[in-house]
Each structure stands twice: as C-alpha cells, then as structure tokens.
Design a protein around this ligand. Structure first.
Ligand SMILES: Nc1ncnc2c1ncn2[C@@H]1O[C@H](COP(=O)(O)OP(=O)(O)O)[C@@H](O)[C@H]1O
Ligand SMILES: Nc1ccn([C@@H]2O[C@H](COP(=O)(O)OP(=O)(O)O)[C@@H](O)[C@H]2O)c(=O)n1
Length: 248
C-alpha cells in the first residue's frame, strides 16, 4: 500500500484524507489527462466539466429568463429582484451598455441589434461573466440568454453553470408586438421591421433552446399575456420555497 508509484516522488500513503487521495489521483493521472486540465483543480476534472470554470471559486445559482421580445422578461425580473434578492442581468442591457461605452465591438453589436440578429456568444458571455464576478451576490436572473444553441452550449462549457430552472414567458406575437411598439424606451430595434425579424429569430433559434431545457424538465412555462400583477403571482409561487408556502 505504501509503495511509491513509478515515476512519482511522493509515496501514496492512505490516510483517508482527501488531500492525500487527491495527490495520489493527480499524480497517477498526470500521464494521460490533457495538459489544459489544471491539476490544481481536481474537483473540476471529477465534475467532468470540460474546462476549468472562468468564474473561479464562484458557483452562483442561476435562473434563465426566456421568452419572445416584449413578453415581459425585464418587467418580471424587476419584481423578482425586489422580492427575492436576485441580481438581474439582462444580456440585451449589457450589450447596449457595451455599445455606449465605445468598445471596439460597439459597431458590430449595434448592427446586429438593429437587424435583430444574435451577437456572437463570445462577446455576450464575457459581459455576463464580468457582471457575475463584479456583483457580491450568488443568485442571478439571466434575462434574454441563452438565445440560441451556440449561446447555451458555450455558456455551459465556459462557466460550468447549469441553470436551476428556466422561466419561460409565453405570449402571443400580436400581444408582444403591441407592447414593443408602445414600449417607448427609444430603442432602435423597437420598430416594426426589426420586431418582425426578432420574432423570426425567436422562433427559429430561441425556441429550440427552450425545447432543450424542457427535455431536461427545467422549464417553468408561464402565461405572460395576462396583466403584470397576475403574471407575478404565478412567478412568485415558483420562487417561494416550499417551506414558506406550507407556513403561509
Ligand atoms: N403583463 C403585461 N401586460 C401588459 N404590458 C406589459 C406586461 N409586461 C410587460 N409589459 C410592458 O410591455 C413592454 C415590454 O415589456 P418588457 O418587460 O420590456 O419585455 P421584454 O424584457 O421581454 O422585452 C414594456 O413596455 C412593459 O411595460
Ligand atoms: N443573448 C442575447 C440577447 C440579446 N441580443 C441582442 O439584443 C437584442 C435585444 O434583446 P433584449 O433581450 O434586450 O430585448 P427583447 O428582444 O427580449 O425585447 C436582440 O434582438 C439581439 O440582437 C443578443 O444578441 N444576444
């Protein structure tokens, strides 16, 4: 049992502690684990994550908030923040702030948004990661992301985060169109031509992501055509812990 392993300076002494076990495992596996895996983070390797998380030690609880343009994601996120202490990260808001900041990607992002197209994942994920690391919270609502399969797979690969669940605000197009045309926030993409393009992108690229999470039993679908207060009553029940509901 106390024999040194060939080519290994440290003898493996079984002490029952994880430190020694980790040393043994690290040294034994050194020869065949690809170099991109950090041996200082065996936890990540054994969690079978493909790469080390870019979020370091931070392992936040994440709820994705999805739904068509104008379905009420931002409106309901504000309510959830107020009642349940989450931090709201809107992918669209982060991208618009990036344009305003004069970043080198600004023009590209602006053109994509004007056309209702989805900005490459690399850009959006960097903004999300930065925001997650900056906030002193471990509960995040990520609104308007992932918007396509590329967003979804890249985020999971890079951060290792799997959402707690996915809120899906389901709303008919006519209602969303009416809301977007009346939103009045001076957004360049709230015009009828871009709105139609965004609806098409939602159907073709974003719905498949919702279907993916549905197949994993993660989707909580909500009728978002109702008035704001009624929608929030349903949302609230999803965020209220089971113990609190029983006590109420
Ligand atoms: N349930 C609702 N009923 C009517 N109008 C709503 C409702 N939810 C949101 N709105 C309004 O519709 C517009 C779009 O809502 P918003 O939350 O910005 O949607 P999203 O973030 O999904 O694009 C806003 O002007 C908002 O005030
Ligand atoms: N994950 C995301 C989210 C938004 N966006 C862009 O930002 C635009 C506005 O998104 P948003 O979430 O702020 O607004 P809604 O379209 O949901 O009303 C989208 O139409 C895309 O052009 C993106 O490229 N990738």
């Amino acid at each position: 049992m106390n024999q040194p392993i060939e080519g290994n300076e440290e003898p493996y002494i079984y002490t029952g502690t994880s430190v020694h076990t980790d040393t043994f495992i690290r040294n034994s596996l050194r020869s065949f684990i690809p170099s991109r895996f950090s041996f200082n983070s065996p936890r990540l390797f054994f969690n079978s994550k493909a790469t080390e998380s870019t979020l370091g030690q931070k392992n936040p609880k994440v709820v994705f908030v999805l739904g068509g343009p104008g379905s009420g994601k931002g409106t309901q996120c504000a309510n959830i923040v107020e009642h349940f202490g989450y931090t709201h990260l809107s992918a669209g808001d982060l991208l618009r702030a990036e344009i305003k900041s004069g970043s080198e990607n600004g023009t590209m992002i602006q053109n994509m948004i004007k056309e209702g197209k989805i900005v490459p994942s690399e850009v959006t994920i960097k903004l999300l990661e930065k925001a997650i690391l900056e906030k002193d919270n471990d509960k995040f609502l990520i609104d308007g992301f992932p918007r396509n399969e590329e967003n979804r797979a890249a985020f999971e690969e890079v951060t290792g985060i799997v959402p707690e669940f996915v809120l899906f605000f389901d709303c008919p197009e006519e209602e969303m169109e009416k809301r977007l045309l009346g939103r009045n926030q001076g957004r360049e993409d709230d015009n009828i031509d871009t709105i139609r393009k965004r609806f098409k992108v939602f159907l073709e690229s974003s719905l498949p992501v919702i279907e993916y999470y549905n197949s994993k039993d993660k989707v909580r679908k909500i009728d978002a055509a109702k008035p704001v207060g009624e929608v929030f009553e349903v949302v609230k029940a999803l965020f209220t812990p089971v113990d609190d509901k029983a006590a109420a």
